[in-house]
Design a protein around this ligand. Sequence first.
Ligand code: CDP
Ligand code: CDP
Length: 230
Amino acid sequence: PLHRINIAIDGPAGAGKSTVARMVAKALQYIYVDTGAMYRAVTLKALESGLPIEDNDRVGRLANELDIVLLPGVDSQRVLVNGEDVSLRLRSLEINRSVSYVARLETVRARMADLQRRMALEKGVVMDGRDIGTHVLPNAELKVFLTASPRERASRRFRELGPEAGITLGQLEKEISERDRLDQEREIAPLLQASDARLIDSTGRTVDEVVEEIVQWGLAAARTILAEEK
Ligand code: CDP
Ligand code: CDP
């Protein structure tokens, strides 16, 4: 009935992008694409192969050869790499610590952006990451930059991991800010709010409130496009 649009959601770690993007996609019956999972999958394979993770040529070649498929599920997205389901292995502390180095590599970014653009050719996609609004989908009809205070983002992550993870809240906060710094300071497609992105600071706000706000913006954007076409 309504015109389908693409929605880009970017922001720092723990801002709530995946949680919110998944629920927005569900509400609109869109496809959710978690681009962070793709950088994590390349990192997993690079670590497994014992490659130096800052080597653009070698990790880039690996990224170009990997067959990465995202399978949208009802509640969680599955990630297949060369046919193997690696979904449950992507969120380890080791990958958290290495992924931003892999994500700095030019060849890796070019390959991921290419795959991501193809996934969004048919509109009706909610894509979350760091450079979706600025670089991957600069023409997305709705762009959101989602953030929250560093302390709140770290506590959210801490709650998810639980005490068994063997990391303190303080350490986690340090690791998250280090990853944010690497993501913001890298040369290619850094983490940045697009000039036409709407900012949401979710500090002290519930998931449902944030989802509802984005869904309403999405519906409004779709209506505007429909009206312009008539
Ligand atoms: O879930 P969390 O926010 O901790 O991380 P993620 O979204 O899974 O992304 C992991 C890492 O991948 C980020 O810290 C970035 O280094 C990289 N990434 C990126 O460079 N560009 C994207 N579009 C998505 C993720
Ligand atoms: O993808 P990103 O790293 O931005 O964040 P996430 O993996 O979605 O993790 C955010 C965590 O904060 C989840 O446990 C959410 O339930 C929680 N949260 C949120 O996302 N938004 C709020 N407004 C409040 C809490």
